[in-house]
Design a binder for this molecule. Structure first.
Ligand code: ADP
Ligand code: ZN
Length: 210
């Protein structure tokens, strides 16, 4: 099963991608995580991507499409995958179609903008493995320490309030049109993000089964 998770930054796509990954045993592929790893490693496309990411803008389609294509050709992705944060523009969705990838379902996690701002201010990420947490909704067992690897959890640079506004604007302009794109193909299902993460997870799994 090939799935796409759609939603504004901070709507909880990453968390839901992990839930689906555990339930269906297919890898969750996050272009955001891959790009952050590339920035950290100082690779050529990491250097190109960094400025756009820090500013809350999108990285260019050709870079992102290139890394996504390589990733879905890996052996572990041959029985299906969940895309978290890709596609983010209509040209990226068209590129996916051109690769011959069949998408079974697109799950939109909907959270209103006001809530998004509140959520992102509490988000923390592990600087070692990239795991994502939230001080209220998904806290680490020990404050400031990643449950997964023991690394330090920090505030992402692009989660600063001013940058969040830019990211939301980018989402509405560039990414939200994908809802129409996939609704026309009859693939879009919308899940309303709940206060309780576990409640959202139940709705997500139901949306995939149904
Ligand atoms: P979020 O969904 O919380 O905004 P991500 O971790 O998915 O964060 O992405 C972080 C940043 O990485 C984005 O703001 C953007 O700059 C870049 N990025 C990730 N995926 C894409 C994509 N498919 N196309 C363009 N830029 C991307
Ligand atoms: Zn970690």
């Amino acid at each position: 099963m090939n799935l796409i998770l759609l939603g504004a930054p901070g709507a909880g796509k990453g968390t839901q991608a992990e839930v689906i990954c555990d339930a269906l045993k297919i890898p969750a592929i996050s272009t955001g995580n891959m790009l952050r790893a590339a920035v950290k490693a100082g690779t050529e496309y990491g250097l190109k991507a960094k400025a756009a990411m820090d500013a809350g803008a999108l990285v260019s389609d050709d870079i992102v499409i290139g890394i996504l294509k390589d990733r879905i050709n890996e052996p572990d992705a041959q029985n299906g995958f969940i895309l978290d944060g890709f596609p983010r523009t209509v040209p990226q969705a068209e590129a996916l179609d051109a690769m011959g990838v069949t998408i079974d379902k697109v799950v939109e996690i909907y959270v209103a903008d006001e809530k998004i701002q509140q959520r992102l201010s509490g988000r923390r990420v592990c600087e070692v493995c990239g795991n994502s947490y939230h001080v209220d909704f998904k806290p680490t067992k020990v404050e400031g320490v990643c449950d997964g690897c023991g690394g330090k959890t920090v505030i992402r640079k692009d989660d600063e309030p001013a940058t969040v506004l830019d990211r939301l604007k980018t989402y509405h302009e560039k990414t939200a049109p994908l809802k129409d794109y996939y609704a026309k193909q009859g693939k879009l299902v919308t899940v309303e993000g709940q206060e309780e993460v576990s409640e959202t997870s139940k709705l997500t799994l139901k949306a995939i089964e149904g």
